[in-house]
Design a protein around this ligand. Structure first.
Ligand code: FAD
Ligand code: SIN
Length: 539
């Protein structure tokens, strides 16, 4: 393990990541007068946040209530939602939207009232949006403009280690992605806000920065990681050769778009009572099944009932992307297929953002607060980032309140063999393996083969020294956690579907939590097998 260089600076708070979670937390901390450093892997605006389309869920409509929002969230989460956390999520929603407005975010309105869209598995129209389908861009640009005035921002720099001394996080070690220069930043507290791990899959809506770094960093400094078997696949991505994967928002189905197989069957009619607005995991699996049945690499999304002007006003980004690909949404059915979209699993926190390591907090997609369970309800993610970032910062500035979630350690995970013909993998090999064997439909045989392959690759991975090798390392750690958890969960629930265990099993209404053990002994150790000693916890 590389030793830390001498300190390059000392802050009250170091935030890793500059999406909505990191920037909102930084701005909140500045309101407490804290000295804040934000470290981010790419440019400040590069984050999943800027690509968010549909919007933010909040029960603010006249016919709606937080209780209804809570019920929908719990229902979508397939038995694993933490009800206390979800209650906080829905009841604090309106105040956090007000914070975003205060920070300059302009949400769409009509006749003086906020415009509300509809998305799958919501019992009411409750999706607040901006610029039609440019919600994330509006948020990212507003918060980053403000944060650049308020905090110290270090771009193109990634955290490659959390520095833990005497059981407490005291800073981060970083590498500059352009120059390779290493630095160390000391901090009273560290917040991980690094987003999801969609890049562990071949086909994903996530940007290149979404390599699961927060999970890998936290796991490797001894924090608990939970629910990694649950990756959400979005059913409607535009996946065309030579073009980046582009999301076609669920809000399009919310406005009446229908799904057809390539031989003309409106398959969701038969798959679920809510048809196209069924929970996301249901639509993704039905889409996958139709693609297999027809032998096609896509199904078709039809919104041609709406005219061109209406579509251009409501979905300007999506219309423009489709047009650029030669598709006129008002005339053509759009070819769509599933893509890895959201990481439900993450660094285990309580409802104050605290991890199981003192001084280390996690917010946003990298955290697991328990609100999403086995399947996130659409547009609850942006909401989760701000609701729990607010509480995290409150906790930081209440001295003496550290009250971490109790550890859930329980038993040791059997080691998977790391023998065989070893070579270091490429990121593409990992992504292909994950897509093929740990994707929408899983089998024990496929998961076991993937777990063994990943263990072998991990054993031969050279130490990360630059952005490429660092990203690969993070992807591989997340892939192993996801695969091992998926192999252990012998049932189907939410986004995790096992062909060999297709039923949901009550005894499995619990969480899988991993923690790397014997961290102190690992400092300076090179024993890869030792690093593979994972422990399973039941929650
Ligand atoms: P991100 O926005 O991903 O930010 C993570 C940041 O961490 C980035 O700046 C990254 O560069 C940085 N980073 C990562 N690793 C490191 C490291 N090692 N060192 C330093 N910096 C690092 N959710 C909704 O609720 N509604 C929607 O409509 C919606 N639409 C979506 C559409 C798309 C196409 C995608 C991809 C996601 C969508 N989501 C939506 C999900 C939502 O956008 C994300 O969950 C949310 O933006 C996550 O915010 P975040 O701040 O946690 O992470
Ligand atoms: C979408 O607009 O379909 C994405 C919404 C989400 O991921 O919450």
């Amino acid at each position: 393990m590389t030793s830390s260089p001498t300190s390059s600076g000392s802050y009250d708070l170091v935030v890793v990541g500059s999406g909505i979670a990191g920037l909102y937390a930084a701005l909140q901390a500045r309101e407490h007068g804290a000295r804040v450093l934000v470290v981010t892997k790419g440019s400040i605006e590069e984050a999943s946040t800027r690509y968010a389309q549909g919007g933010i869920a909040a029960a603010v409509g006249p016919e709606d209530s937080p209780e209804d929002h809570l019920r929908d969230t719990i229902e979508a989460g397939a038995g694993l939602v933490d009800e206390e956390a979800a209650r906080i999520l829905v009841f604090e929603a309106a105040d956090r939207i007000a914070d975003l407005v205060r920070y300059g975010v302009r949400f769409d309105s009509s006749n003086g009232a906020v415009s509300l869209g509809r998305e799958a598995a919501h019992s009411a129209a409750r999706i607040i949006h901006a610029g039609g389908d440019a919600t994330g861009l509006e948020i990212e640009l507003s918060l980053s403009a403000l944060a650049q005035r308020e905090a110290t921002i270090l771009e193109h720099t990634f955290a490659d280690r959390i520095i833990v001394e005497d059981g407490r996080a005291v800073g981060i070690a970083t590498i500059n992605g352009d120059t390779g220069a290493r630095a160390r930043y000391d901090a009273t507290n560290v917040i991980l806000a690094t987003g999801g791990a969609g890049q562990m899959y071949r086909t994903t809506t996530n940007p290149v920065v979404s390599t699961g770094d927060g999970v890998a960093l936290a796991y490797e400094c001894g924090a608990e990681v939970m629910d990694m078997e649950f990756t959400q696949f979005h059913p409607t991505a535009l996946v065309l050769p030579g073009r980046p994967v582009f999301l076609i928002s669920e809000a399009v189905r919310g406005e009446g778009a229908l799904l057809y197989s390539t031989d003309g069957v409106r398959f969701m009619e038969h798959a679920h009572p809510l048809a196209e607005l069924a929970p996301r995991d249901v639509v993704a699996r039905a889409t996958y099944a139709e693609m297999a049945r027809t032998g096609s690499d896509h199904v078709l999304l039809d919104i041609t009932a709406k005219d061109a002007d209406w579509l251009a006003a409501r979905f300007p980004q999506i219309c423009a992307q489709c047009m650029d690909a030669g598709l006129d949404m008002s005339k053509d059915r759009i070819p769509v297929s599933p893509a890895a979209h959201y990481t439900m699993g993450g660094v285990r926190t309580n409802t104050w953002g605290e991890t199981t390591i003192a001084g280390l907090f996690a917010v946003g997609e990298t955290a697991n607060t328990g609100v999403h369970g086995a399947n996130r309800l659409a547009s609850n993610s942006l909401l989760e980032t701000v609701v729990f970032a607010k509480r995290t910062v409150e906790r930081l500035f209440e001295p003496g309140t550290y009250d971490p979630p109790p550890a859930r350690t329980e038993g040791a995970l059997s080691l998977l063999p790391a023998a065989g013909n070893h070579t270091a993998p490429t990121a593409q090999q990992v992504r292909d393996l994950m897509w093929d064997k740990v994707g929408i439909v899983r089998t024990g045989e496929g998961l076991r083969a993937a777990a063994i392959q990943l263990a072998q690759w991990m054993a031969w991975l050279p130490e990360a020294h630059d952005r490429t090798s660092h990203d690969l390392h993070a992807i591989l750690v997340c892939a192993r956690l996801a695969t091992e958890a998926a192999l252990r969960r012998e049932e189907s629930r939410g986004a995790h579907y096992r062909e060999d265990f297709p039923e949901t099993v009550e005894a499995w209404r619990r969480h899988l939590v991993f923690r790397q053990t014997n961290i102190a002994a690992l400092e300076g150790a090179n024993d890869t097998d030792e690093k593979e000693r994972w422990r399973e916890h039941a929650g």
